[in-house]
Design a protein around this ligand. Structure first.
Ligand code: VG1
Ligand code: CO
Length: 544
């Protein structure tokens, strides 16, 4: 065996963000950059002897090259086996599924999720631990600490592995197993949903659906599940071939970046149901005929209807949402007598709650929903969950959502993103807010009375770990809220996210445009945070 020990210098910037390490492709192509980070992960895992690693990515530019490097490093580090996705493809939820099913030590997912790809786009490395979930903060901190002192890494001198044939081969003493990217995951979803009933729905002449894979990882999964297994007509899946640059767009399933799908669902002769997923397949957007379901409402509706779905027939242990996500699901939990947890942004905070059996469903406002079937958010899972509900209730998406509002009230919700802000200005804005919040409680802002104002801090109820400075939030006496935080997934400048929410119990007032319903709060947010003057931008770059 030709193990090479390569001397290297640490890079100072390998601190994982909300979800993995994300940098531009040219940075990842800098000699030793990827290798240093991967060796830091392996050193943190400890003793790889006898262990299995799962490896795959979303197919973006540099995916295949990075996989070859990581396979040779895994072999040089002494892993017994690596399960790698066919063609280098594994979605984030599928990776989580494979880690859990085969009880492996963890997995590496090559993805920058919703960030654009291509030679000058973004690349990323996420590490998931043996429960199948994103590494918790204590692990990402350890990886980062290791990356700051690393002096060498190990790699095997060997030929590339053929990723386009299923089956086993060897790199040194390590077995490399190219696995079907879809099979294990599809088999798991089949245990949760009523596939027969969904199949009947999809065969009805008056029900058409359309799924936009955005040229990202879910193409092969959606073709296999929706068209081949569940019988949706060929052509139901749009943009189903993963491309290294996602066809030049953001693989981000929201009203702005999934505009082709939005045009179809809001056009003439629109289908009954539409959905899209992101780069690595963990997010989802749900649309009805001329209707958009906010991700926060989607979580609440899945929770309220869970017992209609075989995998959740016996009810939920509890639910959880990230702090900026609307409180719609809290109302469902209250009515059903379920515990409801509020965590910081990022899926890594849900893992402990799920492992401890405290929650079954989790969600984020950023188009992420999931359950304890894996330890990731899961785009196609959410699509099948909705299809299962539609098949049972035989109502339109819009009717289901409106009925939900009548029962629970409507949480008007919107997120305003200000992208590409100068980092210093963004930090000033947040620093100013932090200084201000201590004095805001009890004050009136317009017609709103501030009930509490703080910088969100979370104590994990299972392991007691504390995460501070997770977003400045203002809560008002009528239940309205606003939250300010900086994105932890961007690679250029800073992105300010402003989250806005107000509650409307009156069914006659539930059909307003959210931007109109939230207009006063939007104005107050600008006044409190001086967004326009500090960013120099007069409106957000993305509104969802
Ligand atoms: C964003 C979202 C967050 C999500 C994260 C990863 O983070 O707001 O809810 O968990 O992306 O999503 P931020 O720090 O930019 O707000 V993904 O689909 O990477 O894995
Ligand atoms: Co993603």
């Amino acid at each position: 065996m030709d193990i090479r020990i390569v001397s290297t210098q640490p890079f100072p910037d390998q601190k994982p963000g909300t979800s993995g390490l994300r940098k531009s492709v040219p940075i990842f192509q800098t000699p030793h950059y990827l290798e240093n980070f991967v060796q830091s992960i392996f050193d943190t895992i400890g003793n790889p002897a006898g262990q299995t690693l799962v490896l795959g990515g979303d197919g973006r530019y540099y995916n295949r090259e990075a996989i070859q490097i990581i396979l040779k490093m895994a072999a040089a580090n002494g892993f017994a086996r690596v399960k790698v996705g066919y063609g280098g493809i594994l979605s984030t939820p599928a990776t989580s599924c494979v880690i859990r099913k085969y009880k492996t030590v963890g997995g590496i997912i090559l993805s920058a999720s919703h960030n654009p790809g291509g030679p000058t786009g973004d690349f990323g490395v996420k590490f998931n631990t043996d429960n199948g979930g994103p590494a918790p903060e204590k692990v990402t901190e350890a990886i980062y600490a290791r990356s700051k002192e690393i002096r060498e890494y190990k790699i095997l001198d060997a030929a590339d592995i053929d990723l386009d044939h299923l089956g086993e081969s060897r790199l040194g003493n390590t077995v490399i197993e190219v696995i079907d990217s879809v099979q294990d995951y599809a088999a798991l979803l089949e245990t949760l949903f009523d596939f027969d009933r969904i199949q009947q729905l999809l065969s009805r002449s008056d029900f058409r659906m359309c799924f936009d894979a955005m040229h990202a990882v879910t193409g092969p999964y959606a073709h296999a599940l929706l068209e081949r297994r569940l019988g949706a007509p060929a052509g139901t899946v749009h943009n189903g071939t993963p491309l290294p640059d996602f066809g030049g767009s953001h693989p981000d399933p929201n009203l702005v970046y999934a505009h082709d799908l939005v045009e179809i669902l809001f056009g003439e002769n629109a289908p009954a149901f539409g959905a899209a997923s992101d780069g690595d397949g963990d997010r989802n957007m749900i649309l009805g005929n001329h209707f958009f379901v906010t991700p926060s409402d989607s979580l609440a509706i899945l929770a309220a209807n869970a017992t209609l779905v075989p995998g959740y027939r016996d009810g939920l242990a509890g639910v959880a949402r990230s702090m900026p996500t609307s409180q719609a699901v809290d109302r469902v939990a209250a009515k059903l007598g379920l515990d409801c947890y509020e965590t910081p942004t990022g899926w890594k905070f849900f893992g402990n709650l799920m492992d401890a059996g405290k929650v079954t469903l989790c969600g984020e406002e950023s188009f992420g929903t999931g359950s304890n079937h894996v330890r990731e958010k899961d785009g196609l899972w959410a699509v099948l969950f909705w299809l299962n509900i539609l098949a049972v209730r035989q109502q339109s998406v819009a009717d289901i959502v409106r009925e939900h509002w009548q029962t629970y009230g409507r949480n008007y919700y919107s997120r305003h993103d200000y992208e590409g802000i100068d980092s210093d200005r963004a930090n000033t804005l947040i620093t100013n807010l932090r200084a201000k919040v201590g004095h805001l409680a009890g004050q009136s802002l317009g017609r709103y009375q501030v009930e509490y104002a703080d910088d969100f801090s979370y104590t994990d109820p299972i392991d007691g770990s504390v995460s501070t400075q997770q977003g400045v939030r203002l809560g008002f006496s009528d239940g309205s809220r606003m939250v300010f935080r900086l994105s932890g997934t961007g690679t250029q400048g800073a992105t300010l996210r402003l989250y806005l929410e107000s509650y409307e119990p009156d069914p006659h007032k539930q059909d307003r445009d959210p931007q109109v319903a939230l207009a006063d709060l939007i104005a107050i947010a600008d006044e409190v945070a001086q967004i326009r003057s500090l960013t120099g931008m007069d409106k957000p770059t993305v509104i969802t």
